[in-house]
Design a protein around this ligand. Structure first.
Ligand SMILES: Cc1cc2nc3c(=O)[nH]c(=O)nc-3n(C[C@H](O)[C@H](O)[C@H](O)COP(=O)(O)OP(=O)(O)OC[C@H]3O[C@@H](n4cnc5c(N)ncnc54)[C@H](O)[C@@H]3O)c2cc1C
Ligand SMILES: NC(=O)c1ccc[n+]([C@@H]2O[C@H](COP(=O)([O-])OP(=O)(O)OC[C@H]3O[C@@H](n4cnc5c(N)ncnc54)[C@H](OP(=O)(O)O)[C@@H]3O)[C@@H](O)[C@H]2O)c1
Length: 536
């Protein structure tokens, strides 16, 4: 009989977990507390308890070819960076294509997940849910926790003495929806993450003045990279990853590399944005407008706030900004698992002890996995997909986890490495590198491409895999869940990137001809000049 799996949440992580369960012949039931799929990506005008809340203008900061699931490219005509409504559309097409909706019980909240009395032998869980005020209990062979980690606001009022006196309005970025209503105001945005930057930029088009206060600074990148390609297609290649891994063992070289790369667009020191610890690979801000809004004076970058008064903010460098009307705390999130006992998963200081960010190491049976409790340096979508592919194979007994001792040792070591690479900040507690982590997950299920053997069999593809973008299709070339379309998807991705940009027909043939003729003329001119030089 197929094993029954409870999937908690129908956001991206939940949807892809459902598909992986079906692919592995498991029998999933997904519980979603709201009335629809999409999780964070389903914008609503009102803020809902227990669900992530975004502003109307959110656009993905990872590109479509790097964010799609491995056997399901996004439609060709989709833009490269997607408005939240477009990304939701992709998830809807995905759910329809793989017929996933029939497994979801909407408006059903998971209240508790407890070990079944015979857990040590069966590995089963008792899941209690509530729907329309009615509680129900059911037993499952395995559980996939896909409840998201951008739900609970982190709003550190203790770090802002005087906030109780402040007479203006203040709220967390989770509450922010539109710039309307902020016309002519003086606004202070706290933090320099992606939320702070997006919100500051948007508000600066309506407000009288926006200030952004940062304690540690941040690197800021554009979505547009070399030759106009999306940043993640250029930076997330195996070649660059290997190069960085070798060199970044030395902090001084890592720092130098980061500075060279990040300051290519503009000098962060001149804009007041420069990170305090330049060697850290802390998640960068991806924002095309922030530097220009600073150049226009519409946004002013300030240091840490040390005190607030009724109407003003006093900063670490002694400067004061008066007449502040609004403070937006874009200070990130904390997370919890209210339906799980602490003995199963314990969150302390925004960190959890999970083997490879997924499995509680001390369970007698590996039948519970957390999917999506991670912040990779690239797109989370292919990441959660590989997590779900591995988890479902563990549940089936096709993959086994090492001993508790080995898992604990790995978790401790991984945490130390994380702090070394990304720092101790609260916003970095779930941070991981990208390609290394994807490869690690793929190795667990035997889906990591073998570049050496590929070099002999299909050198063109091997070169693309090494020097080209490390997209999710790479993990469908081999092993379980192989997809026949993977090679073609890799070879044709440039077409899908350029397709939405081809909105104006250009007579490329004539320009090519002109440039060819000019080159010939240039060569002739050089030859003639050379001839005359020899004569005289
Ligand atoms: C503003 C913003 C923009 C982002 N942009 C990007 C981006 O461009 N690229 C990227 O890779 N990542 C991005 N991220 C990261 C983001 O976390 C992921 O993109 C992704 O949405 C996470 O999906 P999830 O399914 O894990 O969680 P969620 O989308 O939060 O979904 C969790 C679901 O679980 C349900 N749920 C929770 N508790 C229960 C319960 N007890 N019972 C039943 N159901 C429950 C919720 O209702 C929800 O539907 C962004 C994050 C934010 C905040
Ligand atoms: N367009 C998009 O795709 C988009 C938009 C928004 C968010 N996101 C994603 O969503 C996730 C959450 O982003 P986020 O920006 O909401 O949160 P975040 O990345 O956690 O950033 C929080 C910011 O608040 C600061 N902060 C925290 N505590 C503070 C304190 N006590 N005093 C002063 N500053 C404090 C942090 O500064 P320190 O660095 O100094 O700790 C950091 O700059 C990220 O993965 C992000 O990429 C994506």
């Amino acid at each position: 009989m197929a094993k029954k799996v409870a999937v908690i949440g129908a956001g991206v992580s939940g949807l892809v977990s459902l598909k992986c369960c079906v692919d592995e012949g498991l029998e999933p039931t997904c519980f979603e507390r709201t009335e629809d799929i999409g999780g964070l990506w389903r914008f609503k005008e009102n803020v809902e308890d227990g669900r992530a809340s975004i502003y109307q203008s959110v656009i993905s900061n990872t590109s479509k070819e790097m964010s799609c699931f491995s056997d399901f490219p996004m439609p060709e005509d989709f833009p490269n960076f997607l408005h939240n409504s477009k990304l939701l559309e992709y998830f809807r097409i995905f759910a329809r294509e793989f017929d996933l909706l029939k497994y979801i019980q909407f408006q059903t909240t998971v209240l508790s997940v407890r070990k079944h009395p015979d857990f040590s032998s069966s590995g089963q869980w008792e899941v209690v849910t509530e729907s329309n005020g009615k509680k129900q209990s059911a037993v499952f062979d395995a559980v996939m926790v896909c409840s998201g980690h951008h739900i609970l606001p982190h709003i550190p009022l203790d770090s802002f003495p005087g906030i109780e006196k402040f007479k203006g309005q203040y709220f967390h970025s989770r509450q922010y929806k539109h710039p309307e209503g902020f016309e002519g105001k003086h606004i202070l945005v706290i933090g320099l993450g992606n939320s702070a930057s997006d919100i500051a930029v948007e508000l600066s088009k309506k407000a009288a003045q926006v200030f952004i206060s940062t304690r540690h600074g941040s690197w800021v990148m554009s979505r547009i990279s070399e030759d106009g390609y999306p940043w993640d297609m250029v930076l997330h290649t195996r070649f660059i990853s290997m190069f960085r891994n070798v060199l970044s063992r030395f902090k001084i070289i890592r720092k130098w590399m980061m500075e060279q790369q990040m300051n290519r667009w503009f000098d962060h020191a001149n804009y007041g944005l420069q990170p305090q610890n330049k060697h850290l690979m802390k998640e960068p801000v991806v924002n095309d407008d922030l530097p220009s809004r600073i150049l226009y004076g519409a946004i002013k970058v300030k240091s840490r706030v040390i005190e607030l008064t009724e109407t003003s903010a006093i900063f670490e460098d002694g400067t004061v900004e008066e007449d502040i009307d609004v403070i937006v705390f874009a200070t990130g999130y904390t997370f919890s698992f209210p339906f799980l006992e602490e003995s199963v998963v314990k969150v302390k200081d925004n960190t959890v002890s999970l083997y490879k960010y997924m499995f509680p190491p001390h369970l007698e049976k590996s039948t519970l996995a957390c999917i999506g409790f991670i912040q990779p340096l690239g797109s989370i979508f292919p990441t959660v997909e590989l997590q779900a592919r591995w988890a479902t194979r563990v549940f089936k007994g096709l993959c086994t986890l090492p001993s508790e001792k080995t898992m604990m040792a790995d978790t401790i070591k991984r945490n130390e490495k994380r702090i070394d690479l990304f720092g101790k900040s609260q916003s970095q507690t779930l941070q991981t590198d990208y390609i290394d982590y994807l490869d690690e997950l793929a190795s667990e299920i035997g889906a990591k491409p073998d570049l050496l053997s590929l070099l002999l069999k299909d050198p063109k593809l091997a070169v693309k895999l090494y020097f080209g973008p490390c997209n999710s299709y790479q993990y469908r070339l081999t092993g379980p869940g192989q997809w026949k379309g993977a090679r073609s998807a890799i070879v044709t991705q440039k077409k899908r990137i350029l397709k939405p940009l081809k909105t104006r027909a250009l007579t490329t043939s004539s320009t090519l001809l002109v440039s060819f003729l000019l080159k010939i003329l240039g060569l002739l001119a050089i030859s003639v000049a050379f001839f005359f030089q020899l004569q005289f």
